[in-house]
Design a protein around this ligand. Structure first.
Ligand code: FAD
Length: 409
């Protein structure tokens, strides 16, 4: 746990070399142009950083989530957009399909990620953000097809991703059966419309888009149904999201570590009062706190990535804790790095202000820091806490994940 294996260290060094060679010159350009870095995608694909977690039987390398987070951190130190591409070509939608999809679905999805496609996960809707189960996108069964209608927003990769994993209500004979997931492919499935791009604060090289489904007709074999069935299948699909959550935490950690590294150099070279500013104890303590929180976040991420939750996904409690800690650490560490630079940190000539902007999203996307705290509280107290006013009425003991107990420190 505390010592990486030889192959993990080698992979980490290879990712670092890639990031230093390919990303230092591109990160600011990607931010400025707001264009998806297809050139980098091609290089990532050739270097084998897309689809690392895909089993060898499907043409991948069968690497673990711990291997993957090592790569993500190295990329994020320099270019968070690239790191997010690595997250989503290895975790999230692809993990869900690998865990719950049919053989055909796995082949389809793995071929796409191995070729560099960054799948889009379509969950959030204008009226269903944190309250995801309020989503209204419908998938009506008609003969041997499903007809999807609805609107998603804040879909990362909307417009550049081909593979879409869409969460929708399954309607059969007019009856709402529950939430299921469907695979759709941009440019192949008619009715998948990229409606609008969000002008974002950071991570501007990946579009965040509104995606609409207008009578999008999918063959029945695009439905992903975990074997638990439709009622419990949604929990299974959300469980897959713990991989992506761990990856997102790592992006945040990497951005913060990159900013910290730059600040560490700067305080030695910048002189005021005829001495390096590193000699001021007030700044030393800021640096000490930055280093300490980064190390804590890294350890928690490695623990989450190595943990064994259900179906091989990271443990939900650890994934949530890792994302809370890493995302909040990233906000504070990048801001402190800017502060240590004085005015220079505020200039767009240096990467620090971009890192502040890029880090900001991680307390929001993929489950806000508040919602994740709800999850943590529910786990440590071993109770479900209803968030709606009318309260939770259907709690049954069997809904409690097996082996879950109160977590004592
Ligand atoms: P709301 O749910 O409206 O929340 C507003 C505020 O209220 C937040 O501070 C929240 O923490 C708080 N809050 C709400 N309910 C509670 C509660 N019960 N207890 C305490 N606090 C509460 N979605 C996708 O489906 N796919 C994507 O690819 C994707 N990518 C994203 C990328 C970015 C950059 C961002 C910013 C978002 C992305 N999202 C994506 C959407 C993201 O998952 C949602 O923004 C998130 O779930 C929060 O929903 P919301 O923005 O509607 O906020």
């Amino acid at each position: 746990m505390f010592e990486l294996t030889k192959d993990q260290k080698e992979l980490q060094l290879r990712a670092r070399a890639f990031a230093e060679a390919e990303l230092i010159g591109r990160a600011a350009e990607i931010d400025e142009s707001q264009e998806y870095p297809w050139d980098i995608v091609e290089k990532l694909t050739k270097a084998g950083f897309c689809g690392m977690t895909v089993p060898e039987a499907y043409g991948g390398q069968g690497l673990t989530y711990l291997h993957t987070v090592l790569v993500i951190e190295e990329m994020a130190k320099i270019c968070a957009v690239t790191a997010r591409i690595v997250v989503e070509t290895n975790m999230g939608a692809i993990s869900a399909i690998l865990a719950y999809g049919s053989d055909e679905q796995k082949k389809l999805a793995t071929e796409m990620v191995l070729a560099g496609d960054k799948p889009a996960i379509c969950m959030t809707e204008p009226d269903a953000g944190s309250a995801l189960t309020d989503l209204t996108t419908s998938a009506e069964k008609k003969g041997n097809t499903y007809v999807l209608n609805g609107t998603k927003h804040w879909i990362t990769g909307g417009g550049v991703s081909r593979l879409h994993l869409i969460f929708a209500r399954l309607i059969e004979d007019g009856e709402d059966k529950g939430i299921a997931a469907f695979i759709a492919i941009k440019d192949e499935d008619e009715g998948l419309v990229i409606a609008d791009r969000e002008p974002t604060m950071g991570l501007r090289g990946i579009p965040e888009a509104r995606v609409e489904f207008h009578d999008m007709t999918l063959p029945a074999d695009r439905l992903i149904l975990p074997q638990e069935g439709i009622r419990r299948g949604f929990a299974g699909l959300m469980n897959a999201y713990n991989s992506q959550r761990t990856g997102a935490a790592t992006c945040a950690l990497g951005i913060a570590t990159g900013a910290y590294n730059i600040a560490l150099d700067y305080v030695e070279t910048r002189h005021q009062f005829k001495r390096p500013i590193a000699e001021f104890q007030g700044l030393q303590w800021i640096l000490a706190d930055m280093a300490t929180s980064l190390e804590a976040a890294r350890l928690l991420i490695h623990k989450a990535a190595s943990s064994e939750g259900t179906n091989g996904f990271p443990d939900p409690l650890l994934a949530a804790q890792a994302k809370i800690l890493a995302s909040e650490t990233a906000v504070s560490v990048t801001n402190n790095a800017l502060q240590l630079h004085g005015a220079a940190g505020y200039s767009r000539r240096l990467p620090i202000e971009r890192m502040v902007r890029d880090a900001r999203m991680f307390t929001i996307g993929g489950g806000t820091a508040q919602l994740l705290r709800n999850l943590v509280a529910s786990r440590i107290l071993d109770r479900k806490f209803p968030q709606t006013r009318d309260g939770y009425v259907g709690w049954e003991d069997e809904d409690r994940p097996a082996g879950q107990q109160r977590k004592r420190g």
